[in-house]
Design a protein around this ligand. Structure first.
Ligand code: AMP
Length: 250
């Protein structure tokens, strides 16, 4: 069984991002970049399935700038067997990413595609769903448990007030939630080994698809700053302020 794991290069989750001075986008100059955390979880799950003898190959793919090779090397160090970068200088929307992934799926014919439920930069939560629609594959989003059973996959999802378990026939699409697993760290020997693993680079122009944007980013701004709070002396003062100033109680 072959598993394809799309991995996105995003701003590291520890970085506090700032808008550019003209508010046209997020300032990515000299910002630490990393593998999107939900993609790390997707990769960890794929590697665990391979280690359990249920998968034979794990292929990591990314769509982005040439620097995305760094994140693919990390994916290789974490256990992917080989990787493909579809290179583009543009920041593509989920629809365009899904179109690229569709082409890669046509070529690679994986049995299972595990994506993150969302990329933490745009918080779109769209790519897996769009890809499933394009491929007409069954999908289970926000997986908290994944079990392979011959020609199907069982996926447990944490939904409001309980757990839902779905059975999907393969090939299928799964997107990962935070509690699916705890990703490993790459060991130094594996980082060294990853340098020798296969990493193909395909220019997006070779794919012959329309990756033009459908939306226009108008502005990126910080949330409005909040006024400093005050400390009240007594409960009576508090109730008075809630009633007469904040007007949140009557
Ligand atoms: P999004 O729909 O943008 O929130 O992303 C959801 C998931 O789609 C990510 O966790 C990745 O698995 C995949 N994905 C999104 N953008 C890319 C990209 N540029 N390259 C590879 N995978 C991506």
């Amino acid at each position: 069984m072959k598993i394809l794991v799309p991995v996105k290069r995003v701003v590291d989750y520890n970085v506090k991002v700032r808008p550019l001075s003209d508010s046209s986008n997020v300032d990515l100059n000299n910002v630490k970049m990393a593998v999107n955390p939900f993609c790390e979880i997707a990769l960890e799950e794929a590697v665990r399935l391979k280690e359990a003898g249920q998968a034979t190959e794990v292929v990591a793919v990314s769509v982005g700038k040439t620097e995305s090779q760094e994140q693919l090397r990390t994916a290789l160090a974490l256990g992917a067997d080989r990787a493909t970068l579809v290179e583009t200088d543009s920041l593509l929307e989920p629809l365009a990413i899904a179109k690229v992934l569709h082409k890669l799926v046509d070529d690679e014919k994986p049995d299972l595609i595990i994506l993150g439920k969302q990329a933490i930069d745009g918080d779109n939560n769209q790519t897996g769903q769009m890809l499933a629609a394009m491929l007409d594959y069954p999908q289970a989003t926000n997986a908290s448990e994944v079990k392979i059973d011959n020609s199907s996959v069982q996926v447990t999802r944490e939904i409001d007030g309980g757990l839902q378990t779905l059975k999907l026939n393969l090939p299928a699409i799964v997107t990962t939630d935070l509690r699916l697993n705890e990703p490993r760290y790459a060991s130094l020997p594996n980082i060294m080994k990853a340098k020798k693993k296969e990493l193909n680079i395909l220019p997006i122009s070779d794919m012959g698809l329309d990756a033009s944007p459908r939306t226009e980013l108008l502005s990126v701004e910080l949330p409005p700053s909040r006024d400093a709070g005050i400390i009240v002396e007594t409960v009576t003062d508090l109730v008075d302020k809630l009633k007469n100033e904040a007007k949140v109680i009557q």
